[in-house]
Design a protein around this ligand. Structure first.
Ligand code: ABU
Length: 498
């Protein structure tokens, strides 16, 4: 019985603690298996919702002065998972990153045991080579012949790296002299449907959010290239310096893909850096069908963000950014700290990738991606993407079959985003109008609250432009089947009764 033991009875504190360590970790693993099992059990609840003050009451979250025994540590693990939302549940459609890929999980376990900081080949040799091989494979798929890439802590940071590199490329003196090296006011462009990370990058790089110009979109959420060109010309007329355009491949809410070739033409004409934020839609590059349909012209971009922790189902977090030009990341970010990146090491120091990035300590996000890709092969990933899109079409069909109950906002989704309003009985006879949309927008968060209280379903919601709150359903969990979409439709109707 290890329950009464404390941490000092385990490795590395106890020299003879190998057996006890195994017993303890086996018990932790059993708790994790149980959570995974429940997450995949459709009859179990997705969550046991409590308001923050209630949860504070039911859990003991205090930091004690004295060591707690291992029994208590196991109880702490169980209690934490008891109130955790089961994001791998097949009826959790709330985020862009859903599900729990078993192979990726194995990769995450191994990553934690190895606990390697990803700055040098010296301490993470295999992981550094895996980054090299896997990121090159991703660049090949994008259509870059050469180039460079890095794994980042999330898509927001990936997009910021693109902005930093673009600015450095145009004004290399920025690195030594700071923003005074730039004589004109820089401006960048991104669609009104793009992710807020582009504006965040304008903020943190000192460009300023007023200089992040939002380009209008059509009703389906695509950037209008003629509007982009008009705004670029307008900025030039005002004496500003346009330098960067972000095109989105899979917008966060609608899942729309901007017209990449038309945007690339404008970028070439005006000498602008073209970035593609494919954080969400990037996974579709792995499907022959959807790569062809959605990504024409992506190879013309100077940089591309692609998050395997979204459609590819790699566990959080796993975000990549890719550059057409090799060497730019090093030149832009390198500071050559002598204690880490010694130039006289006895191996090829080009593998010390840590000097390409702005952080020092860097989590190992590659192994779980590489292992999952090995397990599925590129073909397996292609099938996964096609299946997600098939399920999306199934859901659209189901909603279309009940037009009195559901109003679909984007009738032909380009990714797995299904955007809709649920129409309660009392509004079904009312003709569609702005006033009706306003009422539906009021109902949406109430219905979401009912979902969370019942614990049976989770779908995200938001407003978008002039559209008041509506649901955005995401399919990115490999556990989802047609029966879950059937359930979703029926459950909305059950919960939606006024
Ligand atoms: N861009 C972060 C993902 C947000 C979401 O899951 O909706």
């Amino acid at each position: 019985d290890i329950g009464n033991m404390i941490y000092t009875d385990l490795l590395p504190w106890s020299k003879n603690g190998a057996e006890e360590t195994k017993m303890f970790l086996d018990q932790v693993m059993n708790i994790l298996y149980e959570f995974m099992h429940k997450s995949n059990d459709r009859s179990s609840k997705i969550l046991d919702f409590h308001h923050p003050d209630q949860l504070m009451e039911v859990l003991d979250l205090s930091i004690p002065d004295q060591p707690q025994n291992l029994d208590q540590i196991l109880v702490d693990c169980k209690d934490t998972l008891k109130y955790q939302v089961k994001t791998a549940h097949p009826r959790f459609f709330n985020q862009l990153s859903n599900g729990c890929d078993t192979i990726s999980l194995a990769g995450e376990f191994l990553t934690s045991v190895a606990n390697a900081n990803m700055f040098t080949y010296e301490i993470a040799p295999v992981f550094i080579l895996l980054e090299h091989v896997t990121l090159k494979k991703m660049r090949d798929i994008i259509g870059y012949e050469n180039g460079d890439s890095i794994l980042c802590p999330g898509g927001t940071i990936s997009n910021m790296y693109a902005l930093l590199a673009a600015r450095y490329k145009m004004f290399p003196k920025i690195k030594s002299e700071g923003i005074r090296a730039i004589p004109e006011q820089l401006v960048l462009f991104t669609s009104e449907h793009s992710h807020y990370s582009i504006m965040s990058a304008a903020n943190v790089t000192g460009i300023g959010i007023d200089n992040c110009i939002e380009v209008p979109c059509d009703n389906a959420g695509h950037m209008l290239p003629e509007e982009l060109e008009r705004l670029v010309k307008e900025a030039l007329k005002c004496g500003k310096k346009p330098f960067f355009v972000n095109a989105t491949a899979g917008t966060t809410v609608f899942g729309a893909f901007d017209p990449l070739n038309a945007i690339a033409d404008i970028c070439e004409k005006y000498g602008l850096w073209m970035h593609v934020d494919a954080a969400w839609g990037g996974g579709l590059l792995l499907s022959k069908k959807y790569k062809n349909l959605r990504f024409k012209g992506v190879e013309r971009a100077d940089s591309v963000t692609w998050n395997p922790h979204k459609l590819m189902g790699v566990l959080l977090q796993c975000s990549t950014v890719h550059f057409k030009e090799n060497g730019l990341l090093y030149q832009c970010n390198r500071l050559g700290a002598d204690y880490l990146f010694q130039q006289d090491k006895h191996y090829d120091i080009s593998y010390d990738t840590g000097d390409k990035v702005i952080q020092c300590g860097r989590h190992n996000d590659i192994f779980k991606l590489w292992l999952a890709w090995r397990a599925k092969g590129t073909e397996g990933y292609g099938k996964q993407m096609d299946r997600f899109m098939e399920l999306t079409e199934y859901m659209i069909k189901k909603l279309n079959a009940q037009p009195d109950k559901f109003w679909i906002i984007v009738p032909k989704p380009e990714c797995t985003n299904v955007c809709f309003w649920y129409i309660p009985e009392r509004l079904r006879k009312m003709p569609h109008s702005q006033e009706k949309e306003r009422l539906l927008g009021q109902i949406t968060p109430i219905l979401k609250g009912k979902m969370m209280n019942s614990g049976t379903l989770m779908i995200g919601y938001q407003p978008q432009g002039k559209l008041p709150n509506f649901f955005r359903n995401i399919i990115s969990n490999q556990a989802v089947r047609e029966e879950d979409i059937d359930f979703l439709v029926d459950e909305l109707d059950r919960l939606g009764k006024d």
